[in-house]
Write a protein that binds this ligand. Structure first.
Ligand SMILES: [Fe+2]
Length: 189
């Protein structure tokens, strides 16, 4: 049945049971993106809420695709977004969601890295804010060489309103807050 809570339970089961290297944050990141979406847009519809929960769901299936498998960072990101959209479309079809919900959710997930029409920019902002709020520590542990570039990518794609919300984030350590804020300060100078 295409009820938001039923869809959420199914996506939560996937993200909680992730086998990827980043498994320990897949569930918390998905919940955190939903929280940021609801903070940015309290009346978010079910397509946007489902897209928030499921935008990275491909990472819950085994090996995470690697940047080195692709010619460019954009191609790598596009592959990830299309793969996640396909998994969520299959789930929503199985749960007999309406064509409108499926179409909008698919669009939002496919565009969550770059933004686009309608709510795609809300999802992109929420995803980046959650990166700073929830993912930075594990990202630094797993991908130390890419960390600086990742922070720049996640910050630069934020809207100006979302950039202003970075200061409200409680980083898990003062050291991480200092590292991230230094990178941002350098970008802004
Ligand atoms: Fe994400």
């Amino acid at each position: 049945m295409c009820d938001f809570n039923v869809v959420k339970q199914r996506i939560d089961d996937l993200t909680k049971n992730s086998t990827a290297a980043s498994a320990e944050i897949e569930f918390s990141h998905s919940q955190s993106v939903l929280s940021w979406v609801l903070r940015l847009k309290p009346d978010a519809d079910s397509a946007l809420r489902i897209a928030a929960l499921g935008h990275d769901v491909d990472r819950s299936f085994g090996v995470r695709v690697q940047r080195s498998d692709f010619d460019s960072y954009d191609e790598f990101k596009k592959h990830h977004a299309l793969r996640s959209a396909k998994i969520i479309v299959a789930l929503l079809t199985e749960l007999r969601c309406s064509d409108d919900v499926i179409k909008k959710t698919k669009y939002l997930i496919e565009h969550h890295e770059v933004g686009g029409q309608g709510d795609a920019d809300v999802l992109k902002d929420a995803d980046s804010l959650s990166f700073f709020d929830n993912n930075v520590e594990i990202y630094l542990q797993l991908y130390p060489r890419d960390f600086g570039k990742k922070v720049v990518f996640m910050y630069e794609r934020l809207s100006s309103h979302a950039k202003s919300l970075i200061s409200s984030i409680n980083f898990k350590s003062k050291e991480m807050e200092r590292i991230v804020k230094n990178i941002i300060q350098e970008l802004e100078s």
